[in-house]
Design a protein around this ligand. Structure first.
Ligand code: FES
Length: 118
């Protein structure tokens, strides 16, 4: 499992990108929303998995209520990943599973077997 951070590193409403594979670009984002941590791939479903943010960690709308893709302005529900308006309507972000250990360390959990099938 890949360690991302400690759960206390993200306060309510905060979001942060991570590059666990060292690609030089964040491949996922972690956001705390209504007390829960959610992890999504940094890949917009509208156009070939385009990155969502226009600068580092700028994933949320100005009011902090939605994840926004800055390419064409699609807005996504933070908790479900579903697009609620804009160019990706009917599509959703890809979720990633987290495992939070007893000491509060947050790790990426392996995907379900059906998520790895083509
Ligand atoms: S690439 Fe994200 S809305 Fe178009």
């Amino acid at each position: 499992m890949t360690r991302l951070c400690h759960q206390q590193d993200l306060a309510e409403g905060q979001v942060r990108g991570f590059d666990p594979e060292g690609r030089g670009q964040d491949s996922l984002l972690l956001v705390r929303h209504q007390g829960r941590l959610h992890a999504w791939r940094n890949a917009c479903p509208h156009v070939d998995g385009a990155p969502l943010a226009w600068r580092r960690d700028a994933y949320l709308s100005a009011d902090g209520r939605h994840i926004v893709c800055y390419a064409h302005g699609a807005r996504f529900d933070i908790a479900t990943g579903r697009c609620i308006s804009g160019a990706a309507l009917g599509q959703a972000l890809s979720p990633l599973r987290l495992r939070i250990q007893n000491n509060g360390e947050v790790h990426l959990a392996p995907p379900h077997p059906q998520e790895t099938n083509p």
